[in-house]
Design a protein around this ligand. Sequence first.
Ligand code: NAP
Length: 269
Amino acid sequence: MRIAIQANNNASSQAARQKLIKGLKQANFEVDVPHPEVVITIGGDGTLLSAFHRYAAVLDEVRFIGVHTGHLGFYTDWRDYETDELIAALKRDSGESTSYPLLDVLVDYEDGTTAHFLALNEATLKGTSGTMRTDVYVKENFFESFRGDGLCVATPTGSTAYSKSNGGAVIHPRLAALQMTEIASINNRVFRTLAAPMILAPDEWVSLRPEPFQEYVMSIDQFTAKPAMINAIRFKVASEKIRFASYRHMHFWDRVEDAFIGEKKPDAL
Ligand code: NAP
């Protein structure tokens, strides 16, 4: 099996990387190859997001494994002190994986160019100064005129990230849905938006048509693009998925509880 390792620069992540490389080589794995079958990230969700974007063009060939070194680690199943257990699980690998939905973003710029992105967490549109104004369409139909700081469209696994801070619901990733949340919308007698998170079905899409002759800032996961004039953006559930090597199965709601509540609790029902 061909394995690539991507670690952040923290001393603990680099130490875990060295230990893992040594153990994998001793177990006769091909390590740090340009075309991996498995990508192991060491750090936190930020490291996993970076690795996802690095390998986004070959998602059907790659499975991911996240090792965390004390970060939140929502996407990560292993701790840095468990390298021996992880290598043992890799030796027993039979190709098992769990896949999660992604967000497909198509941007139509004012200069006639287009760009296509995949997001693991979310895409966000904001203005550069003052109130952002955009018309919102669901499928072909006009839905509302939004005024406020911005709009965020998230995947189910991204629903625990920025989307949650915007008041969005936490969505189980077995639902191939997308969720749009408002960032500080203006709601009064004159301007009206839904003022609630919207969860869209897999065969639906949302389009934004921002006010012309203004610059907007698009963020895709941890990346923020340069301000640009945008004609339209379309968001839909991607046909691609991210796959994780699921040697350990942690139920989604246990993952959510561990990340956000983490209290001692009574025994299971
Ligand atoms: P960052 O400061 O590196 O990360 C922000 C926090 O979000 C970190 O604790 C990170 O965990 C956690 N996180 C990332 N993905 C998550 C997920 N799917 N579920 C739960 N928590 C998650 O921020 P960044 O590098 O600029 O952006 C990375 C992501 O962070 C963005 O996609 C966005 O969703 C989120 N973010 C949230 C807010 C907010 O809630 N106000 C603001 C900025 C960014 P680790 O510590 O394990 O990396």
